[in-house]
Design a binder for this molecule. Sequence first.
Ligand code: ATP
Length: 204
Amino acid sequence: MLLQVRNLRAGYGSLEVVHGVSLHVCRGEIVGLLGANGAGKTSLLKSLVGLLPPRQGEVLVDGRPTRGQPPWRSVSNGVVLVPEGKMIFPDLTVRENLLIGGYHNPDRLLQLDIVLERFPRLRERQQQLGGTLSGGEQQMLALGRALMARPRLLLLDEPSLGLAPMLVREVFAEIQRLRDLGLTVLLVEQNVAAPLQIADRAYV
Ligand code: ATP
């Protein structure tokens, strides 16, 4: 089991928004995590990588507890979050955005080649500023930037947000291809239908 979450609680100030969540993700799976607006999905993902420290419960990666680890440790451990709303750097070029994703990876130039091979649209636009990409291209850039860290587990926060239906299909097809290459995916969505088409299992 790559990821195991047991009775996780997290929140902000006096407000608890993750109320004792337990779930697991096995190697090679695409697992959906579905919930309405404000259900706490983003907060849960943040607490998995240490951006929002859990108040209770356990997060195990490869059976090892991650409690108290800073977010950068999560990245070097192969667990990489693609945040909601893409959060690319709008004033940096596509190439610079990608290289930042591989910051701790000594082979980042090699990895850059691999990522650009996967996303020809990004290769063509390497020198373009991130903020001038279309919504779908920005989502591909956010995915590509995460791949620069050579992740084992991708945590995707609403990758379909704000995309036209055709682009959603494109992004989901890409997620499936990444799984076929050996990646494991925890896919958070408000939208129910599309993730269920590619997920092996889902939690609500
Ligand atoms: P959405 O699908 O709309 O993105 P979500 O399921 O991802 O929602 P969260 O973003 O985790 O939900 O938010 C859960 C609750 O926590 C919401 O009520 C939100 O207002 C609150 N919340 C989120 N971030 C903070 C913060 N930094 N400080 C205080 N409250 C917060």
